[in-house]
Design a protein around this ligand. Structure first.
Ligand SMILES: Nc1ncnc2c1ncn2[C@@H]1O[C@H](COP(=O)(O)OP(=O)(O)OP(=O)(O)O)[C@@H](O)[C@H]1O
Ligand SMILES: [Mg+2]
Length: 241
């Protein structure tokens, strides 16, 4: 069914009327073992639409554990995670996959591109389980690659690209579905300072366009780009002034 074309919707008055994109309440994650590892020990976090949040903290403090839970790649041991108004606790794996595909974009330190698929295919594949209508997939993939400045490399395979180029393709793949939130785990960890600056500029632009970003990092330069900083230490979160 196609909606009639009307004038653009009025701008949303205030994000306050919408549910937060992310809401964590007393979230805990304990990994079994002798002794068990309490990687997250009661985390509360609210992220509103359009926020740009960095999560900093030392190695082993629980950053990736938190990101995996935010990305619905892992489940908390206790506590609640509400994603865009949807409580995730009781969801089936299938519903979690659907929610992940449609609402979350990921960027990882080591890019995670498919080495034997072209740049364009890598981005197109992200649209498959995301609710993006088939007819618009290619146009959207091309637009996402244009936006990250990679239109001149559509047929290249990832292994021949530079690190910065690979990460730009990964960002295109993450945003092609118009996710509610972009989650990044050490997105500049494998990049030199100039490529790292390129990726951070891209994040700034995406943020200006209204995307919500949560970026995990060790790096103060990366964290300085965010509008809001939280620190995780030994499984507990603190807001940084
Ligand atoms: N699957 C697992 N099984 C057992 N322990 C785990 C598992 N995953 C993580 N941990 C432990 O949980 C703690 C938090 O790990 P996590 O990967 O979240 O740290 P991090 O902050 O991302 O560290 P880094 O900066 O080194 O990436 C660590 O002590 C780690 O050893
Ligand atoms: Mg980590």
């Amino acid at each position: 069914m196609t909606a009639p074309t009307t004038e653009p919707a009025a701008p949303t008055p205030a994000a306050a009327h919408e549910p937060p994109v992310i809401e964590l309440r007393d979230l805990r994650r304990t990994f079994p073992g002798e002794p068990p590892v309490e990687a997250l020990r009661g985390v509360d976090l609210t992220v509103h639409r359009g926020d740009y949040v960095s999560v900093v903290g030392p190695s082993g403090s629980g950053k990736s554990t938190l990101l995996h839970i935010l990305g619905l790649l892992d489940r908390p041991t206790a506590g609640d995670y509400v994603l865009d108004g949807v409580p995730t606790r009781e969801l089936s794996e299938q519903d979690r996959s659907r929610l992940r595909g449609g609402r979350i974009g990921f960027v990882f330190q080591s890019f995670h591109l498919l080495p034997h698929r072209s740049v364009l295919d890598n981005v197109l594949l992200a649209t498959l389980y995301s609710g993006v209508p088939r007819a618009t997939r290619r146009t959207r993939a091309l637009a996402a690659l244009e936006r990250v400045g990679m239109s001149h490399r559509l047929d290249f395979l990832p292994p021949v690209l530079s690190g910065g180029e690979r990460q730009r393709v990964a960002v295109a793949r993450a945003v092609v579905t118009s996710p509610d939130v972009l989650l990044a785990d050490e997105p500049t960890g494998n990049l030199d300072s100039s490529n790292s600056a390129g990726v951070l500029d891209l994040f700034d632009e995406l943020h200006r366009d209204g995307l919500t970003l949560v970026v995990i990092t060790h790096d103060d330069v990366v964290s300085a780009h965010a509008r809001r900083r939280v620190r995780i230490s030994d499984g507990l979160l603190d807001e940084v002034a």
